[in-house]
Design a protein around this ligand. Sequence first.
Ligand SMILES: NC(=O)C1=CN([C@@H]2O[C@H](COP(=O)(O)OP(=O)(O)OC[C@H]3O[C@@H](n4cnc5c(N)ncnc54)[C@H](O)[C@@H]3O)[C@@H](O)[C@H]2O)C=CC1
Ligand SMILES: [Mg+2]
Length: 316
Amino acid sequence: MRPLLSWAGWRAVLARTYSPGPSAGYRGASGAQGYVRNPPVGTCDLQGELDRFGGISVRLARLEALDRLDAAAFQKGLQAAVQQWRSEGRTAVWLHIPILQSRFIAPAASLGFCFHHAESDSSTLTLWLGEGPSRLPGYASHQVGVAGAVFDESTRKILVVQDRNKLKNMWKFPGGLSEPGEDIGDTAVREVFEETGIKSEFRSLLSIRQQHTNPGAFGKSDMYIICRLKPYSFTINFCQHECLRCEWMDLNDLAKTENTTPITSRVARLLLYGYREGFDRIDLTVEELPAVHTGLFYKLYHKELPDNYKTMKGID
Ligand SMILES: NC(=O)C1=CN([C@@H]2O[C@H](COP(=O)(O)OP(=O)(O)OC[C@H]3O[C@@H](n4cnc5c(N)ncnc54)[C@H](O)[C@@H]3O)[C@@H](O)[C@H]2O)C=CC1
Ligand SMILES: [Mg+2]
């Protein structure tokens, strides 16, 4: 059995890891993003990561001796390390703690660390070391809900549901919360299918509602986006868990009824206007463009831009 890492050993590991000497220099230019990696000391192989803002990121999951380290020894080691990082002019510490090592949260908090966020299997705590108030960005500020206004132009019918879990049964568009990494249009199409059995395709984005302190948003703000969808199946098979009723309703009736929410009524009128005057008046269509710095792609939603403006040919 390997020996328990002592406080002195732990302190040495932390101190050596964050004091780049000849054997542990930063990769890349000074002040740039890089790693600080030392050869294993005792049973530990600690890695600290320097970010481009001068902060240091510590991932406890990478410590080999973590299981055998007690909370008190961790606190002393962390305190010494924080002192060292301060003296080195680091701006912040990001401490990533696996859920099974949550015993290290309280010692870190006693040194001034606060929760930044938590995911299912880890929490991230931060400590601001820079001048003045913290400039660290917060975590998620909104939840995103997306509904589909599925409109069949050939019959002028719109797909509506009544929620099973609401005290008042009002007509609304089927929809739900967006999943991480999911495009807005894909959420609308998925939620419509899950709740009503109707297959559809994305056409445009119609409206965005922002609401703060929404009771269902875990203290965050709520962004509720309504998309225009085109149906390609018409037989309703609605979800009994979530919906009480589901119908194809004439768009005029939805625009006039009082048995609906203000947002549904407003978007029904918007759709009626688009149906009569041309959907280009109301649609924010989507295009995929490349991001310059990351090489990733993103979706951009805006009113249709004439081709000559896209290319800027023939424009003064
Ligand atoms: N103004 C409007 O017409 C309405 C807008 N919205 C917006 O739609 C979005 C959310 O859509 P939803 O259809 O509510 O989400 P959703 O379709 O993703 O999920 C709703 C279902 O999740 C389950 N669920 C939710 N919270 C639960 C809990 N605490 N415990 C157990 N089960 C739970 C229930 O089965 C519920 O039927 C939000 O952005 C909200 O603001 C929702 C209702 C009406
Ligand atoms: Mg729903």
